[in-house]
Design a protein around this ligand. Structure first.
Ligand code: NDP
Length: 394
């Protein structure tokens, strides 16, 4: 039994709060804290009275997080605020010896670049504090890393190639909206593409490489090569890997809007002067776009995220596809959130549950594929993310 402190009350924070309450035998006290109390109050009102405590915190300020951790006596902290807060929250966990978990790697607000470097540099401090830091326990990163570890453990002697395939076939009825934080989402998809082959990173223009993949229960979809953070850790931890790529589906309407916004400068992250005021175009765009949390009741269709791994087993070639399909409307019915928030929030809760139960343990910072995948895969089936596995022709 543990006291869990959740930081961040957006789309993902809502799912994490609901699912922690549903896992009351693991989390006996749950506190949801965010910058804006109203967001926490809204989520609290959806849950049984007394099941969720709320608080405000500015997680850019390490001391505020330290004070909150001490006040609530947290046994574990789930960070589902924005990637900008990862380092300050990790520092607060180190200062208070509190196990830490997040779902996205650190980004600097003024630099559209994401990498694990600064979080991995905290490994020794986590070891010295005697605590575990679990990085990227969402779906991708997160479940996709675990799928790779599961493939490595049970299906291959050597994995040579991995394609991560992320399809959101949900329709929210808006011409343009993002299904998680618009700033983070648009920074990710408007950046240059990158994949890893034969020991080096190869850069592509944004959306330069496209393949059509036939997603089970969804159908064929245009899937574009992007850089995605889990590749950085997977190239370190998967034996014999020769190539890894990440593909995500986008509809034409999304791509046309994004190109147009980019062309007029609305995706800019540097301040501009507007009528004597300084504004950041991307932040202003976020204000105009629908709040991802509001997409829940409107979104229909499914997500399908998985990995295709190819390699050798007992000297023979093998290719497998591990994937998870989730229906947006089912997610909303269960936790009042759309599928992208659900598929991120549930793995965060599973990661925290395994840490609290001691099934995943260690001192230092860890990426998901470094831990035994079997516990996580079992929990996915129990917690609402059942997965499938298919042998494919090589
Ligand atoms: P939202 O923008 O919906 O929510 C973010 C929340 O964090 C808001 O409640 C916001 O508060 C709060 N917050 C922001 N800054 C601070 C701060 N300084 N102090 C305290 N709270 C703060 O984002 P999502 O819920 O969509 O995403 C949450 C995280 O999940 C992100 O890091 C995202 O990158 C990650 N993610 C990971 C995925 C994966 O598969 N691994 C997929 C999708 C998302 P306020 O309302 O005041 O702004």
């Amino acid at each position: 039994m543990a006291t869990v402190l959740i930081i961040g009350a957006g789309g993902v924070g809502r799912v994490v709060a609901h699912k922690c309450v549903m896992n009351g035998s693991t989390f006996d006290r749950i506190i949801l804290a965010s910058r804006t109390l109203m967001r926490c109050e809204e989520i609290q009102s959806e849950l049984p009275k007394g099941s969720l405590e709320i608080a405000t915190v500015d997680a850019d300020n390490t001391q505020e997080v330290i004070d909150l951790i001490k006040r609530v006596k947290a046994d574990i902290l789930i960070n589902v605020a924005l990637p900008y807060q990862d380092l300050t929250i990790m520092d607060a966990c180190i200062a208070t010896n509190t196990p830490y978990l997040d779902t996205a790697n650190y980004e600097h607000p003024d630099v559209a670049k994401f990498e694990y470097k600064l979080q991995w540099e905290k490994d020794q401090a986590f070891k010295d504090a005697g605590i575990m830091g679990l990085l990227g326990s969402g779906f991708d990163p997160g479940a996709t890393n675990v799928f790779c570890a599961y493939a490595q453990k049970h299906y291959f002697d050597e994995i040579h190639t991995i394609d991560i395939l992320d399809c959101n076939a949900g329709d929210h009825g808006y011409a343009f909206a993002t299904n998680f934080n618009p700033e983070i989402n648009l920074r990710e998809v408007s950046a240059k593409g990158r994949y890893w082959e034969n020991g080096k990173w190869i850069e592509t223009e944004p959306m330069e490489i496209m393949q059509v993949w036939d997603y089970p229960e969804v159908g064929p979809k245009d899937s574009y090569l992007l850089y995605h953070e889990e590749m950085e850790s997977l190239v370190k931890h998967i034996k014999g890997l020769k190539r890894i790529r990440f593909f995500m589906t986008f509809g034409q309407s999304y791509l046309t809007h994004m190109k147009c916004l980019e062309n007029v400068g609305m995706l800019g992250i540097k301040e501009v002067e507007h009528k004597g005021m300084k504004i950041v175009p991307m932040e202003f765009l976020k204000t105009l776009l629908p709040d991802p949390a509001s997409l829940g009741p409107r979104t229909k269709g499914k997500t399908n995220i998985g990995i295709v791994a190819e390699g050798l087993k007992d000297g023979k070639k093998r290719k497998i596809y591990i994937y998870q399909i989730k229906d947006h409307e089912e997610c909303y019915a269960e936790v009042k959130a759309q599928g992208v928030s659900y598929t991120t929030g549930v793995p965060a809760v599973i990661g925290a549950k395994l840490m609290v139960e001691g099934k995943w343990s260690g001192k230092g910072v860890f990426n998901m594929e470094q831990l035994d995948p079997d516990f996580f895969m079992e929990e996915m089936n129990v917690q609402g993310l059942p997965w499938n596995i298919r042998e494919m022709e090589c």
